[in-house]
Every structure is written in structure tokens, then in C-alpha cells.
Design a protein around this ligand. Sequence first.
Ligand code: AMP
Ligand code: MG
Length: 337
Amino acid sequence: MLCLGIESTAHTFACSVIKHSESKFYPNILSDVRNTFKAPEGSGIHPREAARHHASVAIDVLKKSLELSKINYKDIDLVAYSAGPGLGPCLRIGAVIARSISSFYDIKLIPINHALGHIELGMSLTNSKDSLVLLVSGGHTVILVFTNNRWRVIGETLDITLGQLLDQFGRYLGLASPCGAEIERLAHKSPKNYVVLPYSIKGNDVTFSGILSAAKRLISTSKFTVEDICYSIQETAFAMITEAVERALSATEKKELLLVGGVSANKQLSNMLNLACQRHRVKFNSCPISFAGDNGAQIAWTGILSYLKSKNSINISDSFINQSWRVDSVDVTWRRN
Ligand code: AMP
Ligand code: MG
């Protein structure tokens, strides 16, 4: 079975083809092609501009994905697309392309929750079985546990996400979004001069907006270097989320932790979580960096898992996008409690 996955929730338009064979239950990724919208330096993603970008690169990304997979449209069995959560204009581009391919070639259509895509590809690539999951990306900062057929949120940010904290601070410095990787590079240059920033954790929930305001204020005083403030933002925000994860590990008694989402590319975050896992005798898994950020493979793979179990393709007339589609509202039929 061949599934084409289309991702377009935010900055990235991506297509990937995954081949599923009965003999090997592992994502056999035949292609993974992406094209990312670059916002002007100092600005964030403007939904309409990003959608314009996606529309202009979509056909090229799609063609390359099929070429690399050595298949043509008629070979595809399923078209899975990211139906939300995300930016409405961007989601619409992916959905239109998916519907067009589905109706023209009469291929089954499957809407996929984007957050679920991050989790399920991460679980399969790391061979995780029964993990507590930390999803940290541009759109999410959530701690999840699987119970009663759904991934349930047991901790989350109460304001901006970890990715937004890094991106918004980076933009304040005049960097181009997404800024997480550049902030990591700057933080690494600091001789570990820690500047105190607001540390705010409430139960398993965290808030990051205080760190952002304080860091901006410190930059404008010119008392500290940019490198020291980047270092301090990472140390504070990562320690907060690590503490929240430790509480969730204690409460759930899970023996595995899985880290997924674009921010999981950050080495210091992985180091802190890994140390916490060692303290709790928990196995730490992190999604491979090449699949940490948004990609089509996470959508294709979740499409396969979902279709194999439920044969749940939908008619074009029932297809949808949902900008605020919560992951804990989706029934996950293929996973046991
Ligand atoms: P996603 O939405 O899953 O594609 O993740 C994008 C987010 O990951 C953005 O907020 C990026 O700034 C962030 N990101 C990417 N690489 C890194 C990194 N090395 N360290 C921290 N954040 C990162
Ligand atoms: Mg994402």
C-alpha cells in the first residue's frame, strides 16, 4: 500500500510517500520533499504570505516526491492531508491539492490531525511502545499520555508555545523566523552566564510569556550579551518543561518518554530531559532530528495506521480543515490502551 502525505499547516509545504508492507511494520519512507516559507527578517509567518508560498511550490514538491518514489499518481492508494490544527489559508492549500488528486484519480482521502502525525511517526521511528510524550513545536507545547483510545493532554503551556518563545525572541533580535536553531547556536557561545528569568510552572502546566517580556527588557538595557540571554532563556524554559515532565512521569509511572516536534532538535533540551529520565529510570527517546519538524511522512504514516485499522477514508464533500483541531478529540483506533 502506498500513501501520499501532504503537510501544509504552517511554514512548510511537504509531500512524502510511504510504502506499507504486511511483512515489515515500520515506515518505509520512499520520499520526503519539503519547501519552507522564509519570512522577512524580524517578522513572523503571515498566514496569507505563507499560503501564497505553498501554492507556488506545491506542484514542484509533489512532482519531486513522486519522482523520488519512482511512482506515478495511479500507483497511490491513499492521500492523507494535514487537516489541522494550523493556519487556515495554509491548511486550505494542502486540502485543495489532496482533494484534487483524490477526485481526479479516484484515490481514498484521509484527513489527519497534525499533532497526531508528530506523535505517531515519532513512536514508530523510535520503536516506542507506551510512552509519555512531550510535543514541543511552533504550534504545540503539550505533555500527552495515551488512555481510553485517545492521546490525552495532561500538561501544556497556558500561553505561548516553546517554539513561539524562541521565535518571538529571535524576531525581536531581528532574526528570520523560525529562530530556534539560531538561538541554540548563540546560547552555545555564552560562557554559561545565567541571568535570572521568571520561572513559572503551575502543576503540569507552564507559562513562557514572562520569560519573553523579561528577556526583551534585558536586551534593551544592554547590560547582558545576546548570547547570555539566549542561554538563560533556554536554561529557564527547558528546566520548566523538564520539571513538568518529571511530575507527569511520577503521576503516570510511564517507563518511556518520547520527545517530538521541531524544538526537539535542540541538544540542551534533550540533555535535560535525558538526565531527568535517568533519575526516574525511564527510557528516553527522541524523534530523529531529520523528522522532528513538520514533514509529509508524519501525515502519510498516520494515514496508513488509521486506514489499516478503520478503513476510514472520507468523501470529498465531507473533507474539512479545522484550524483548532485538538489532538485529544481524535479517536486513535490502532493503538491499545
Ligand atoms: P515544527 O512546528 O514542528 O516544524 O517546529 C518548528 C519550531 O521548532 C520553530 O519554533 C523553531 O524555532 C523550532 N526549532 C527548530 N530547530 C530548533 C532548535 N535547534 N532548537 C530549538 N528550537 C528549534
Ligand atoms: Mg508541527
